[in-house]
Each structure stands twice: as C-alpha cells, then as structure tokens.
Design a protein around this ligand. Structure first.
Ligand code: G4P
Length: 534
C-alpha cells in the first residue's frame, strides 16, 4: 500500500494537527510509564501515578483479570486524547499481553503511526518484533524510544544496529545519549542542536534544554564532564558518517525510524519524543475502503469501528464501540448511516476519552477516536457514513489457535450462555462456533489466558459459572466458494462443520492433513485462516 501521503498543507488545520498513534513494546519496557508521562505533559493528568497500578501486582494473573473486570481502567485507557504544542494527540492503547494479539492487530488499523519503546538494556524483544511486523504490513511510520537509559544499557551503536538488522528498517538518531547508567547525564538533540540534561532529583521535572551551537561549542564543557564530552563528539562524528541522515519522507513511508534515548520514569526525553511525533509523525491518513478509499480531507463524515467493549457497566448491558473517524467533521447528535444494516443512527452521546475521565464529545475530526454507546448494533469492522455505501476494509479476524467446548455448570441456564457467547463473539473477544451436529458451542481463542478471562467475565457479567473443556478439534478454517459446491461440501462433512456468529461456514478438524486434502480435492473451495470483519 503506498497511498501514504506526505504531510501536505492542504488538510483543514484541525485535521492536520491530529496525531493518532499507538505504543508498541515488549512487556516491562516502559509503555505504561511513558503513557503516563505523555498524559502529564499533555495536561490530561496532574500527577504521575494516576494511570498505572503498581508493577508487581498489575502483572499477576488475578490482578490482570480484576483489571479486566474493573472495566474502568481498561476502557479509559483504550483511547486517550490530549494536546501538546498545538497538536491533538490521540493515543490508542494496545493490550500488552501477547494473548490479545488479534485485538492489537485491529487496534493498529485505527492509528497512523506507532511509537516503539525498547529497553536500552534488552534491545529488540520478541513481542516488539511481532508488533513491529504488524506495523510493517501497513507501512505504519514508527518512532523509536530507547528507554531506561538511566540504567546500565547496551552500547548505542549496538542498539541501533540491532534494530536495523532485526527489523530491516533504517535508523537515524534524533538524539545521542551522553554517558550511561550512573554516569548518564542526558542527551544531545541532533535535530535541534540542543543539550538536554536529566534532572535526577525530581522524576517529574524536566530540566531546561540548552541551545548549543554545534558540538564545538565551548558551552558544552560547562555541563558535560570532559571524558563524556570527548566520547560524545567521537560517537556523533561516527554516527553521522555511518548512519543515514533524517529523511522526513522516509519516516512517513515507514522505511526509516528516528530514535530518541531517554528515561520515561525520569521524564527524560519524553518531550523531545512528543515534539518528534508532532513534527515527524503523519497527519490522519487515507483509509482503505470499498468501493473507494476515504480521504481525511473529505467534508463528509465516515468512520469505522475497530473495537467494541461490552458491559462496561454490568448493571446495564451497554457497549461502547470505538470509532476511528476517517474523514470529516463530526458533531454531536449527527445522524449517520450504519452501512451494514443501511439504517440511520443518531449519535447523541458520543464520548471522548481524556485520561481517566470520559467526556461527551461535542465534536470530533478525522483522526479522532470516539466511543459510541449502543446496545449491540455496532460491531467490529462496521462503517458509519453520511449516507454513502462505503465499507472500510483490512480489519481481519484470525482463525483461533485454541479450541474448547464450553458448558454451563447449571444446565438450566444454558440459554444465557448462548447470549453471553454471542456477545463476546461480536465484541471480538472470542470466536464462537455452533457445530452442525451435537449441542453446545466451540469457543476459539488465540491464547489460553483468554479462556480464563472469558470464564470470569461470563460469571461476573451473566452470573453464570461455566467450564471450558478440551474439544476434539484443534483447527478452524472458514470455507468459501460457489454456493452449490459449498452446500455439497457441508452436506458431506457435517461432523466437521460449524457456523460462526455471522452464519459463515467453518471447517473444524484436528489434522492439518485434512485441510491439505480438502484444498486438493475441492479446488473451487477456499479454506482460510482469516476473515474480513464486516
Ligand atoms: P510496561 O507498561 O511496558 O509493562 O512497563 P512499565 O511502564 O510498567 O515499566 C516497567 C518497569 O520499568 C517499572 O518498574 C517501571 O518503573 C520501570 N521503568 C520505566 N521506565 C523506566 C526508566 O526510564 N528507568 C528505569 N530505571 N526504570 C523504568 P517496576 O519496578 O516493575 O514497577 P514499579 O514498582 O516501579 O511500579
């Protein structure tokens, strides 16, 4: 896809100043800490410590589930808006746990850029690599923050080399660290020729940055110990010789990533990164759709649902659909067309997420994310427009990697189980298949932890204790093809056929061999591990 446009001055200023992005990282690299500092400098929170639960507790399973249950935290963190330097930032949260990669994938369809956080001592870790690959599929621009520079970290060239080699992307240093670990004093801002010193005394304070007339400026010696200054000059000279210079277009194309070195916990480097997102990050981008792409500059409103969060308030079965505006200027009370059902929908209580608070959104522009409370009409992949039958594409659903059957412990309540499962299927939290033969459902997920979360949510939200049990099947594939051929196939394979919550045909098996055989024997049918959500 190369429909990515340069940041041209032709967009309405309200849209041009929007930066919608996600943070990708391996657990523990510092995503939460960085998010919190963003909100702090974006004026969305007054004090660090409001967003995150304590580290150890947060990472235990029980606490993770409690957090899932305590819908407040994860919901307010799903999309947050704040202002910085005249720009409006929309930060969309990606679930950290690797079990939720499908949700993460969809989230990344709603952003225009990603900030990649790596730990300076650990470099590129497995989860970072996976998420990076997803960004790469969409040519998303990536800005890199190398965190924890206040600790012993790897050699700067080594880190940069590792990113270049591992992720096959050009890396250009936006700043250069001075010293490391205990000796870390700050960084030299290579874009603006400034010296930034880290304030060790107060973690939330940012020391004034100092304008410097290049590396020969004698002023540097007033602030940087001689041996570190010598090292800095040597390294920067080498870096300028060896590494590519900043090319803003290459950053927008996703082929080059600028890297900042900092320490989120000490608030160091965070503002430079934010300024980088503002200056180098993309404006709202065109959205792929059929029958035509949607441009952010279009006057009419169009948007798509990339996430649905249900039962935020267990007393009311409400749901919030997260809508990314692809074009236009939305105002509260607007009547939009729900393209899938062709029905009109008045959006009267949209919400914007400002850190821990939700607020009614009086207006929103292309690039923004709004939450729309609804009773189940809105599903992942849905498009809303001012009337035109456009459908946003590229929001996939993946075949689950783990299949279990599920049973209500109280058989009298089996009906409620149907309802609960349908809701989770529509929310995108699980795949739910109804086998043609036999009773009950087969539930599919990407990671085992999701079964635990589901069981706990079904009990909490529907008062229904359930048990997940191993199923005779281990793989699922969607089957498509000419109607008559598909019907014949279904008829002849009833024991392996199920329907998903959209009524689409799914083939279940425990043997890859079966899948290969069907592909060979039924050339007119397609067995697919992904399905477009619509
Ligand atoms: P995550 O969301 O990516 O999982 O990471 P998170 O921000 O929770 O940070 C993981 C740990 O790294 C936390 O420590 C956090 O305090 C620490 N950390 C974040 N940024 C920096 C940094 O710039 N320098 C240093 N030295 N540490 C940093 P924890 O002990 O696990 O949690 P807590 O007890 O501090 O809350």
């Amino acid at each position: 896809m190369s429909d990515r446009s340069a940041n041209a001055p032709t967009l309405p200023p309200e849209i041009a100043r929007r930066r919608t992005f996600a943070i990708i990282s391996h657990p523990d690299a510092g995503k939460t800490t960085l998010t919190e500092k963003f909100l702090l400098y974006g004026g969305a929170i007054q004090m660090a410590g409001q967003v995150r639960a304590k580290g150890e507790a947060r990472r235990t399973r029980s606490d993770f589930m409690k957090m899932e249950q305590d819908r407040g935290i994860s919901v307010s963190a799903s999309a947050m808006s704040f202002d910085f330097d005249g720009y409006r930032f929309n930060l969309v949260d990606t679930p950290g746990h690797s079990d939720f990669s499908e949700d993460t994938y969809r989230t990344l369809t709603a952003v225009d850029a990603a900030v990649m956080v790596i730990d300076g001592a650990k470099g590129v870790e497995s989860q970072t690599r996976k998420l990076f690959e997803v960004c790469r599929l969409r040519d998303l621009p990536i800005l890199t923050f190398c965190n924890k520079m206040d600790r012993e970290s790897r050699d700067t060239f080594e880190i940069i080399d590792e990113i270049q080699e591992n992720l096959a992307i050009d890396v250009t240093p936006a700043s250069w660290p001075i010293g490391q670990g205990r000796e870390f004093v700050g960084s030299y801002d290579l874009i603006n020729d400034r010296l930034d010193l880290m304030e060790r005394a107060d973690r939330n304070k940012v020391a004034q940055s100092i304008a410097i007339a290049g590396l020969d400026d004698p002023k540097l010696a007033d602030h940087v110990p001689a041996h570190l200054l010598e090292q800095l000059c040597e390294e920067v000279e080498m870096a300028r010789g060896l590494l590519p210079a900043l090319d803003p277009q290459a950053v927008l194309d996703g082929t080059m990533t600028p890297i900042w070195f900092g320490s989120a916990i000490n608030s160091f480097g965070v503002r430079d990164l934010m300024a980088g997102i503002a200056r180098l990050g993309p404006q709202p981008q065109p959205q792929r759709a059929t029958p035509r792409q949607i441009g952010p500059e279009e006057g009419k409103v169009a948007g798509f649902v990339f996430k649905v969060q249900a039962n935020m308030d267990p007393k009311h079965r409400d749901r919030v659909a997260f809508l990314r505006l692809a074009s236009g200027h939305f105002t509260r009370g607007m009547k939009l067309t729900h393209v899938r059902s062709k029905k009109a929908m008045t959006v009267s209580a949209p919400v914007l997420f400002l850190a821990a608070d939700r607020e009614l959104a009086e207006e929103a522009w292309a690039g923004d994310i709004i939450g729309i409370p609804n009773h189940g009409q809105l599903r992942i992949g849905d498009t809303l427009t001012e009337g035109e039958a456009l459908r946003v594409t590229g929001i996939p659903s993946f075949a689950p990697e783990l299949l279990n059957s599920v049973r209500a412990l109280d058989p009298m309540k089996a009906k409620h189980l149907d309802k609960a499962l349908m809701q989770f299927a529509e929310e995108g939290a699980a795949k739910v298949f109804k086998p043609m033969i036999g009773s009950g459902f087969i539930v599919g997920v990407v990671g085992a932890l999701q079964f635990e979360v589901l069981a706990s949510r079904i009990e909490l939200e529907y008062g229904l204790p359930v048990r997940f049990e191993g199923s005779q099947f281990t793989s699922a594939r969607w089957v498509t093809g000419p109607k008559d051929k598909l019907a014949r196939f279904v008829e002849g394979n009833k024991g392996h056929i199920a329907h998903d919550n959209d009524g689409d045909v799914v083939y279940l098996t425990r043997l890859q061999w079966d899948i290969d055989r069907i592909e060979r024997d039924h050339p007119d049918l397609t067995l697919s591990a992904t399905k477009e959500m619509m």
